[in-house]
Design a protein around this ligand. Structure first.
Ligand SMILES: C[S@@+](CC[C@H](N)C(=O)[O-])C[C@H]1O[C@@H](n2cnc3c(N)ncnc32)[C@H](O)[C@@H]1O
Length: 228
């Protein structure tokens, strides 16, 4: 899976990531101009590489050894390590910006993950994360009207993952559906202020690259600031 994801990201066929999500995350990073960045749950390091064009010191961590191996080969100038947010004691450094691109929807314990990101941030540092839109994603995945689905409850959903331009290549996976207020409660309880919330959409030129119409937001980006 990691090899295919690397090809889709670095080859530009995952238009959602390359033309919608990553540009929106990098726009925020460019405004923050951080001294150092941790891209947590970096996968094969595509966003990490873009962040390295904005900040002089960028690191990436992921629990998948295969993804980290590919990330290192594809970005020889960036330090990557294998790690789990459940154990971040190996990270001595504190960061001015921590990013989690489509990671919190892949963790079992949301609050522990958010607290771990809080712990590796400097005082007044920023935490920037993206998640599939809790309102739009059930529609995208086709379970919005399923009898078992209750949008107000945390639910672990298994099912195939695919990108729009390569619909025949699917990976079995899972994601957590959570109502937005669970994310907001978790960041506030961890000691963050929510500074901004974006619902990124493709520009009209980019929208034409998709085989379907983006009639509603599919992702949310939340920008938080560590209070102390
Ligand atoms: C959907 S992928 C996103 C990868 C990358 N951020 C991107 O946008 O291409 C989610 C990533 O989170 C990582 N991940 C999930 N749980 C993790 C954990 N507990 N600690 C570290 N990484 C984790 C997975 O290995 C996977 O690479």
């Amino acid at each position: 899976m990691a090899e295919t994801r690397a090809r889709q990201l670095y080859g530009g066929s995952d238009i959602t990531q390359t033309h919608v999500l990553c540009p929106a995350l990098c726009d925020v990073a460019e405004k923050v101009r951080p001294d150092n960045v941790m891209d947590f749950g970096c996968g094969v390091g595509y966003l990490t590489g873009l962040l390295a064009q904005i900040s002089p010191r960028v690191k990436g961590v992921d629990k998948s050894a295969t993804s980290i191996h590919l990330a290192r080969n594809l970005n020889t100038n960036i330090e990557f390590s294998i790690g789990d947010f459940e154990d971040i004691s190996h990270l001595q450094e504190q960061f001015e910006l921590v990013t989690c691109n489509l990671v919190l929807n892949n963790v079992i314990n949301l609050h522990r993950a958010v607290s771990a990101m809080h712990a590796i941030l400097r005082s007044r540092g920023r935490f920037l994360f993206s998640i599939p839109h809790p309102s739009g994603w059930p529609r995208v995945c086709g379970y919005e009207d399923a009898a078992w689905f209750d949008w107000s409850k945390e639910t672990f959903v298994t099912g195939p993952f695919k990108i729009a331009s390569e619909p025949t290549i699917t990976f079995e996976g899972w994601h957590a559906h959570r109502p937005l207020n669970m994310y907001i409660e978790s960041v506030v309880k961890s000691g963050f202020l929510v500074e901004d919330v974006f619902e990124p959409m493709p520009t009209s030129a980019i929208a034409e690259l998709f085989s379907y119409r983006w009639s509603f937001p599919r992702y949310i980006i939340v920008q938080c600031r560590k209070l102390t």
